[in-house]
Design a protein around this ligand. Structure first.
Ligand SMILES: [Ca+2]
Ligand SMILES: [Ca+2]
Ligand SMILES: [Ca+2]
Ligand SMILES: [Ca+2]
Length: 263
């Protein structure tokens, strides 16, 4: 074994060993740095797995994605505004344009349409959107990935551009910061007309948006778990009628109380 004393004379072989040790040190350092970098990247990537069904949820960039089979489509509780349908991959955004850019089931028909911010209603300080997916029931085929979700605000409706950045001001992006994905399983809430996922966006996401502004929701499915069978449908959720009843009952009660006090 080479000792420290052996190296003091600076002989060539010793210098070479020192150089090798030095290079090995820097190679190790670079590999460690790369490993840390990769670790950071994978740590920031998010997969929200909703396949366990009841009780599963995850948060990405401030938005809550949770399994939900409580929103019956076709009722007044949810207002549909976007249907997308294609095999393997599918993408699209809501618009009144009868010649949409991607895989939207085209208007007219009332299901793919423009949406104004004034149409949305808050529920407990948030805006809620429901997603109803339709996939083959077979094992694995029943899975579907939501690979991209972006929400834009614009003063222009009826768009059909395929350049997403032209849609307006981006206010939410599932993939901001890192590539994220939400995995759904049709078999947890089988059948069309029943929601599979609830998206909750804090009202702060829409800060400064005017009632007349258009809300444009773009989504892409099928990159991670392919799409098939029927369409995927987005809707915004309106507060339960019971909530209105309680508000009205409260107002009536308050009015009666004031009158009683005056009398
Ligand atoms: Ca469904
Ligand atoms: Ca599938
Ligand atoms: Ca993604
Ligand atoms: Ca489908």
């Amino acid at each position: 074994m080479q000792s420290e004393t052996d190296c003091r004379d600076g002989r060539g072989a010793c210098r070479l060993r020192k150089t090798i040790r030095s290079r090995a040190f820097w190679v190790c350092l670079c590999m460690a740095a790369a490993a840390i970098s990769l670790g950071e990247r994978s740590a920031s990537a998010t997969m929200v797995d909703l396949t366990p069904g009841e009780g599963s949820s995850g948060t990405v960039n401030g938005a809550l994605f949770e399994f939900d089979d409580q929103q019956p489509f076709g009722t007044g509780k949810v207002q549909s505004f976007l249907r997308i349908r294609a095999s393997r991959n599918e993408e699209g955004y809501n618009t009144d344009n009868p010649d949409p850019a991607f895989d939207e089931v085209p208007p007219p028909g009332g299901f793919t349409r423009d949406l104004r911010f004034g149409d949305l209603m808050q529920t407990a300080g948030s805006f809620l959107f429901a997603l109803d997916i339709n996939e083959p029931a077979g094992e694995r085929q029943s899975l579907l990935s939501l690979d991209a979700l972006q929400i834009y605000i614009s003063d222009t409706g009826g768009q059909n551009t395929s350049v997403l950045s032209d849609l307006g001001t981006l206010i939410y992006d599932l993939d901001a910061g890192s590539d994220s994905v939400v995995i759904l399983d049709f078999n947890n809430a089988p059948g069309s007309g029943v929601s599979d996922m609830l998206l909750t966006l804090p009202a702060s996401v829409f800060a400064g948006v005017s009632p007349d502004d258009y809300v444009i929701l773009y989504s892409r499915f099928g990159d991670t778990e392919r799409s098939g069978a029927g369409f995927e449908e987005w809707a915004h959720v309106v507060p339960e009628p019971a909530s209105f009843s309680l508000i009205i009952a409260g107002l009536v009660g308050f009015s009666l109380l004031r009158r009683a006090r005056r009398d």
